[in-house]
Ligand binder design. Structure first.
Ligand code: ATP
Length: 339
């Protein structure tokens, strides 16, 4: 095994759902979904550091509200990787993981899933495992339904419970403004709410079925199709989500939508200047946090092709920003936390 790198950094981007259809409930209790997902430039950051074997696996996080034990998706992903690689953390090596959170938690932005995916990609690199994106996605699926998507980012069509991922090229550029209302929405609760409010499981429109066959779409194609099945069900209990959407449209968004199972609502803007203006105006209301960010940020991998299931792809799916031990100053900046 090639262990030339001692210390690496990986960024973990948030995602938004440009389209989210929640279909039938499966025998395993999960729902089949049909979603066009896209990463955006709001990122957590992870640093991985090999330590003496006595250290075991240690997770450090700058957000005190998050657990750092086996409940954290980063710890779960790391344990799975080490187990699969035959490297128990308490006998053959030690590992320190430093997580800097910037993505709001339980916000429909899949921050935890992205952290898990970045952990798998980071350890694949640090430990020289040579796993393909498909292999990493399979490991990630055991941690959470949204994890496989991140190995095929920046944009992909996601189906099944999240394990069927087909990369799609989204041409053109847009900015998004993410508006977090200041409270979390638990995914499980959102699914229960959806089930209790809708009359029937939706079917896919012929237009969406047509989209499924495409490997390339433009923003002009996508914007008229933007919808999220959770939106109506959650707006009934959380009126503020509807207000944020209206505010974003009034601030010039081409479209505005709930992301995932909430609570973040995002607006799509043509350029940075209009996004920054909307961030300032819509984010001003009490309790809200707003972020103006680029879609398909420079930091996420571009995959302009459909990846066949069994193809071998040794490229790191996540940007590995530093492959050498950082200077003490860089280390201090990293552990100093989010901007
Ligand atoms: P999803 O729809 O995939 O559940 P989400 O964006 O709504 O995504 P996350 O921020 O990913 O939600 O967090 C969901 C839950 O996972 C939270 O209750 C949180 O306590 C837990 N969790 C565990 N590890 C992490 C992590 N590294 N970052 C964020 N949340 C985490």
């Amino acid at each position: 095994m090639n262990r030339t790198e001692q210390d690496i950094r990986v960024v973990a981007p948030a995602k938004v759902n440009l389209i989210l259809k929640v279909l039938d409930r499966r025998p395993d209790g999960y729902h089949n979904i049909w979603s066009l997902m896209h990463t955006v430039g709001l990122e957590d950051e992870l640093r991985f550091e090999l330590s003496p074997p006595s250290a075991g696996l240690r997770l450090h996080c700058d957000d005190a509200a998050l657990p750092t034990d086996g409940r954290n998706l980063v710890a779960q992903a790391a344990s799975l990787v080490l187990e699969r690689a035959g490297l128990p953390a308490d006998r053959t090596m030690g590992l320190d993981i430093h997580l800097t959170k910037r993505i709001p938690v339980a916000a429909g932005l899949a921050g935890g899933s992205s952290d898990a995916a970045a952990t798998i990609a980071g350890l694949n690199r640090l430990l020289g495992l040579g796993w393909s994106s498909e292999e990493m996605a399979r490991v990630g699926q055991a941690v959470g339904s949204d994890v496989p998507f991140f190995f095929f980012a920046p944009s992909a069509l996601v189906r099944g419970r999240g394990e069927e991922v087909a990369p799609v090229t989204l041409t053109g550029t847009r900015w998004v403004v993410l508006v977090h209302p200041g409270f979390p929405i638990e995914t499980r609760w959102a699914y229960e709410r959806l089930a209790s409010t809708r009359q029937a499981v939706p079917t896919l429109s012929p237009t969406l079925r047509g989209v499924a066959g495409r490997t390339s779409l433009s923003w002009e194609d996508v914007i008229p199709l933007m919808e999220n099945d959770f939106e109506e069900a959650l707006a009934q209990t959380h009126q503020v989500l509807r207000e944020i959407k209206q505010d974003l449209l009034a601030a010039g968004a081409e479209a505005a939508l709930l992301s995932g199972s909430g609570a973040t609502v995002f607006g799509v803007f043509r350029d940075k200047a209009s996004a920054v203006r909307a961030q300032a105006s819509v984010g001003r209301a009490s309790g809200r946090r707003a972020y103006a960010v680029q879609t398909g940020a420079e930091s996420v991998r571009r995959t302009p092709r459909r990846i066949p299931c069994e193809s071998v792809d040794k490229e790191p799916a996540f940007p590995i920003r530093s492959t050498v031990r950082p200077t003490p100053r860089q280390t201090a900046e990293l552990s100093g936390g989010a901007s």
